[in-house]
Design a protein around this ligand. Structure first.
Ligand code: NAD
Length: 253
């Protein structure tokens, strides 16, 4: 039986890069996103052509009712979960000085990037601990996609930075909790990755990347993050958990 991975926000951008790499490594997939299933059908079809099973769990992770449906689907579809990748996240719609962030904008980011991820993980982690107890030789892991913004102060993206810094601490807390059954928890911190999220800032970064010292002098690609996640997902790094791997080509080193 193939291992199973669940990726939030897994039908485009970095999440799709992760899904693609996990499929290449033989994982059956459950992908979550907010779009209708019909809108992601072509993506699912491509992944299914990689000889794995792929299903879609539509839902907004910020909403409790949606989270309940997502968890129900994750538990019922394959009856097990080896890898949980918390990737879904949003950037601020408008950049605003830290002194001008509105409560609405702050809450929206926190609800998706931090609160939604926290409670979704809570619902699945206990189940994963039970599976590990029953199948001690199987591999399990949890991976959080944060951002270099988790430790860099961008004053016009305050809520985003705070949400990712919170997710970073959540990684450490979960690592300690899941160590009870030897399930590692990792944080992957992308730099600037070419997706819809970075479309508007692409040209500004392009110049910085060309002039600076980054690996291959290019923006990151979703598959770069996907390959790192797929390597960590195996859960076989000896005696290491709660650690951060930054995937930014060296931009913030
Ligand atoms: P993207 O906008 O291309 O994709 C985001 C994904 O999250 C989409 O699939 C979307 O449907 C999903 N999503 C958004 N809100 C959701 C919600 N409420 N419930 C469920 N799914 C939801 O963005 P991306 O660039 O692929 O970013 C993916 C993750 O990587 C995010 O957490 C982002 O913060 C992080 N990140 C991105 C970059 C970058 O340069 N692109 C850098 C650092 C970190």
């Amino acid at each position: 039986m193939r291992p199973v991975a669940f990726v939030t926000g897994g039908t485009r951008g970095i999440g799709l890069g992760i899904a693609h790499q996990l499929a290449s490594n033989g994982y059956d997939l459950i992908l979550n996103g907010v779009r209708e299933e019909i809108e992601v059908e072509s993506v699912l079809k491509i992944l299914r052509s990689m000889s794995v099973e792929v299903c879609y769990a539509k839902g907004n992770i910020a909403l409790e009712a949606d989270r309940r449906e997502i968890v129900k689907k994750v538990k019922s579809r394959f009856g097990k979960l080896n890898v949980l990748v918390n990737n879904a996240g949003v950037a601020p719609k408008v950049r605003a000085d830290i002194l001008e962030v509105t409560p609405e904008d702050f809450d929206e980011l926190m609800d998706i990037n931090l609160r939604g991820t926290f409670f979704l993980t809570q619902s699945l982690a206990q189940w994963m601990l039970g599976q590990k107890q029953e199948n001690p030789s199987d591999s399990f892991s949890i991976i959080h996609i944060t951002s270099v913004s988790a430790s860099m102060a961008s004053i016009n993206r305050a809520a985003y930075c705070i949400s990712k810094a919170g997710l970073s601490m959540f990684t450490k807390l979960m690592a300690v909790r899941m160590a009870d059954k030897n399930i590692p928890v990792y944080e992957v911190r992308p730099g600037v990755i070419a997706t819809d999220m970075t479309e508007k800032v692409k040209s500004a970064y392009q110049e910085r990347i060309q002039n600076g010292l980054t690996l291959e002098k290019r923006m990151g690609l979703p598959d770069d993050v996907g390959k790192v996640v797929a390597a960590l997902a195996k859960g076989d790094l000896p005696y290491a958990t709660g650690q951060v791997i930054t995937v930014d080509g060296g931009l913030t080193v």
